[in-house]
Design a protein around this ligand. Structure first.
Ligand code: DGY
Length: 325
């Protein structure tokens, strides 16, 4: 039960302490678990809250908003992505929606580069070979990958993370950085990234990094048709959202040699079941959505959510405002 008086905040998971510390003036209740709150518990526990401090695993739809009641003034998610929130419904109800931009840019960009190198250089196959006793005498053509030097890298989504990836790629000596997005961005010039249409991005790139959000426009943008147009030597990296790739089509493309390899930090669905057919494919590296898994990012994400909530309570604009009411 939430007490009367102070503004009430419900946090849907155990989160790093810095964010909780900032909320000491409020009546805070936490779902005391590292696992996602079951939906029925969420609905049961949020009656009368003023703010919802949620995660990307919580579906915030009409039913949840109804359960919170008319006092709810802000849905603040501890993520950059907000596709789990019914933004239109919130807007209609004049509920502010906030995310955590900026604070995980470096961690996700670093992870994207790590995954890219893991994938292009077949490093996990190498590690497995050592463990399995498959490491024989040096062979000229064993576990050969591709190098970044003189390659064309395409980035789908040149937002903060896409830009962070481009910036980190420069010292590797890539030849071209191409990008596609809903529109051109001025800062692309700082990293010498050239705007191209989607068709050019997929046909010209040796390596493609997906760094965009999931929207109706990006949903399954990578499918059989796309893979057929990509180079057979192409490597696809996804640290955006799993739904941008049709995973059945990706499986076919990887196993038929339509593309060389893929590295995924995000999948559809999440978690990807351990017996999913993509898990068995040696030229596909799958990570469990760990782009922002650094203490630096997670502490800042928690703090940013708290700051967003406080800003809304004070009638101020928030760093993570997803729209202006
Ligand atoms: C985000 O912030 O949206 C990430 O995907 C989770 O770290």
């Amino acid at each position: 039960m939430l007490s009367e008086g102070k503004k009430k905040i419900y946090i849907t998971r155990r989160v790093p302490q810095p964010g909780i510390d900032l909320l000491s003036d409020y009546d805070v209740k936490i779902w005391e678990s590292d696992e996602a709150i079951p939906r029925e518990e969420l609905i049961k526990n949020i009656a009368g809250v003023d703010a919802l401090f949620c995660m990307l695993t919580d579906i915030i739809d009409k039913d949840v908003l109804d359960a919170a009641g008319p006092g709810l003034s802000v849905v603040a998610t501890m993520s950059v992505g907000f596709e789990h929130i019914d933004v239109n419904e919130c807007k209609q109800r004049k509920i502010r929606v906030c995310n955590t931009p900026n604070v995980s840019t470096d961690s996700v960009a670093e992870l994207t580069i790590s995954l890219l190198l893991l994938t292009t250089r077949r490093l996990l196959e190498g590690v497995a070979a050592v463990k399995n006793g498959e490491w024989g005498k040096w062979k000229p053509m064993w576990l050969c990958g591709i190098e970044l030097s003189e390659k064309t890298v395409g980035i789908l989504g040149l937002g903060r993370i896409g830009y962070g990836v481009a910036r980190r790629l420069k010292p590797f000596g890539v030849k071209n950085i191409l990008y596609h997005d809903v529109s051109r961005v001025g800062y692309a010039d700082d990293v010498g990234a050239k705007f191209v249409d989607f068709e050019n991005l997929i046909t010209e790139s040796d390596i493609i990094c997906i760094c965009c959000n999931l929207t109706p426009q990006t949903k399954h943008r990578f499918n059989t048709l796309t893979f057929q147009k990509m180079k057979k030597s192409a490597v696809l990296i996804n640290s955006g959202r799993g739904g941008v790739i049709n995973h059945d089509d990706l499986y076919d493309a990887l196993t038929s040699g339509e593309i060389f390899a893929a590295g995924l930090d995000v999948t559809e669905p999440e978690p990807l079941p351990a017996d999913h057919k993509l898990v068995t494919v040696s030229n596909c590296i799958i990570l469990p959505h760990m782009g922002s898994n650094t203490w630096e990012s997670r502490n800042c994400m928690s703090e940013t959510v708290a700051q967003n909530i406080i800003a809304v309570f004070n009638g101020e604009s928030a760093v993570g405002d997803v729209y202006q009411l």
